[in-house]
Design a protein around this ligand. Structure first.
Ligand SMILES: *Cc1c(COP(=O)(O)O)cnc(C)c1O
Length: 504
């Protein structure tokens, strides 16, 4: 066994070497390196074991060359991967070393649950949400899980609201199941009304027995990320229907926000209260927009206004918060709904002591029972950098994104998406951390993502927009440096175009 100080020193050294001043040269290993590494994976369990030193050597020398640089390179712009701050990286390794199970609140025995609660409360403060108004808060494995929690709470609430009208008592899905509860409530349909939702929302609807088909788009024809308020109202008022309204607070392809300010959020809140609907906000990466304070970000700040009127919010830790995978978070304003949905019933051995501090046992407010101390990297990173540190990280990321968007707008060869009629400045003002674009030449456009990736210096994701291939930068790494990264991006995009023109 390694001794603890030695482990910690080794970890610190290893992490420091990952975050060296020079960004790694290549964001992707060569195909050959990947093939080699794959061939070296152990094919079968060995009976005697290789031993610790041999195994570490095997991982470092054989396998790591086949990994991509998603967290280690600021030039990895695919999938909103985020990075991992040095404080979060070190803390994450300590989580393993101390292996706390954050399940039952036992304040006399460990501070693990207090630490988790502090981390969540600091996170609320970072995001300008009053911790006292968000008593149901927990860390999850990611935004997908947070969306499952949000829809589960929404389902419980919306059916109970309908039953209160009809039978004058609460029909709890958690207690009697979705079929019986809907029957008693006189409901024959559940719908999730949204605009350009992330695919994980449909997955959550499927897992929770509402079905993917219950997710309905109520976007405007011209700007599909925005709510058609008349249609929203019409669908909410249908008799025999229970509803959840899901707000995409920054859409994953374009970075655009579903709502535009406090006025619109207030109107959605009013409609939902009228029809007993629950508001869930999927703000996996958009929620960080609430940190912004400068006038150049006013469009984003407005779009983040009023999110505090929602019933529940999804956020991701492993994206813009820049803590390692797996980390998401979930906030809800309704503590009693949490226990109706997630309570472990009749498990006396799992009950905590009396808790005057008001901290609920995590196992009664989320999916898992046994859990990792996922809170520590968040706690460490928030403590180390504070709200100013996080704001400054995000400002650099937005600045790089706007630099890329400006280059695309000025270029003869590329086109910014969605198409924007108007002043360049107006277009740039809406850019958050995502830049969606295509090549004007359809031939180049089909091959664009592959050609960029083949250079292995920057990584982008491919997607589709209006039936055609499109390319997407998602800037999400704390190391982002506009002066260093923008020239590289321009050079690679320029080279890809030049080579294409020579080929054709
Ligand atoms: C990334 C993302 C998700 C899914 O998050 P995971 O952390 O991958 O589970 C959900 N919604 C939005 C808006 C996202 O950007």
């Amino acid at each position: 066994m390694l001794q603890e100080p030695e482990t910690t020193a080794r970890l610190a050294a290893a992490i420091a070497s990952l975050h060296s001043e020079d960004a790694p040269n290549d964001v992707l290993p060569s195909e050959l390196a990947v093939t080699h590494a794959r061939a070296k994976l152990q094919q079968h369990l060995s009976s005697s074991g290789l031993g610790l030193e041999e195994t570490l050597k095997h991982i470092r020398e054989d396998l790591v060359p086949g990994f991509n640089a998603s967290s280690r390179s600021p030039n990895y712009y695919g999938f909103i991967t985020g990075g991992s701050t040095p404080a979060a990286s070190l803390a994450d390794n300590l989580v393993t070393a101390y292996d706390q199970n954050v399940q039952v609140h036992l304040p006399q025995e460990t501070i693990a649950t207090n630490l988790e609660d502090r981390a969540l409360s600091m996170l609320c403060e970072l995001l300008k949400l009053d911790p006292a108004s968000w008593p149901h808060r927990t860390f999850t494995t990611g935004a997908t899980t947070s969306n499952i929690l949000g829809l589960a709470c929404g389902r419980e609430h919306a059916i109970a609201e309908a039953s209160a009208v009809r039978i004058d008592v609460t029909a709890s899905v958690g207690e009697i199941g979705i079929f019986e509860a809907m029957h008693r409530a006189g409901i024959d349909k559940m719908q999730i009304l949204t605009t350009m939702a992330h695919s994980s929302l449909s997955k959550a609807a499927s897992i929770l027995g509402m079905g993917r088909a219950s997710v309905k788009s109520v976007g405007l024809e011209s700007t599909p990320h925005r709510f058609d308020m008349a249609l929203l109202k019409k669908l909410l008022e249908q008799p025999g229907t229970a509803s959840i309204v899901a707000i995409s607070a920054s859409e994953v392809n374009t970075g655009l926000f579903a709502t535009s300010g406090l006025k619109e959020m207030t109107e959605i809140r009013r409609l939902c209260d009228m029809y007993g609907a629950w508001i869930h906000v999927d703000a996996a990466f958009g929620i960080m927009g609430r940190l912004l304070t400068s006038p150049e970000h006013s469009k984003i700040m407005e779009a983040c206004e009023g999110l505090e009127l929602a019933d529940s919010i999804t956020g991701d830790g492993h994206k813009l918060l820049n803590v390692p995978y797996d980390c998401g978070f979930f906030f809800s304003r309704h503590r009693e709904i949490a226990s109706r949905v997630f309570q472990n019933p009749n498990a006396a051995y799992l009950s905590g002591g009396g808790n005057p501090d008001n901290i609920m046992s995590p196992l009664n407010i989320g999916l898992e029972n046994s859990r990792r101390l996922r809170a520590l990297p968040v706690y460490a990173s928030l403590t180390a950098y504070g709200s100013d540190g996080y704001r400054e990280m995000l400002e650099r990321q937005i600045s790089l994104s706007r630099g890329i968007a400006e280059y695309v707008l000025d270029s003869e060869d590329f086109e910014l998406l969605p198409k924007f009629e108007g002043e360049k400045k107006e277009a740039l003002d809406t850019i958050y951390i995502i830049v969606l674009f295509k090549a004007k030449d359809e031939g180049l456009n089909k091959a664009l993502v592959q050609k960029i990736k083949a250079k292995r210096k920057i990584y982008v994701s491919g997607t589709a927009w209006e039936g055609k291939p499109a390319c997407r930068f998602a800037v999400s790494n704390w190391m982002t440096d506009v002066k260093r990264d923008l020239p590289l991006i321009k050079r690679i995009l320029g080279e890809v175009v030049d080579e294409w023109k020579k080929e054709t």
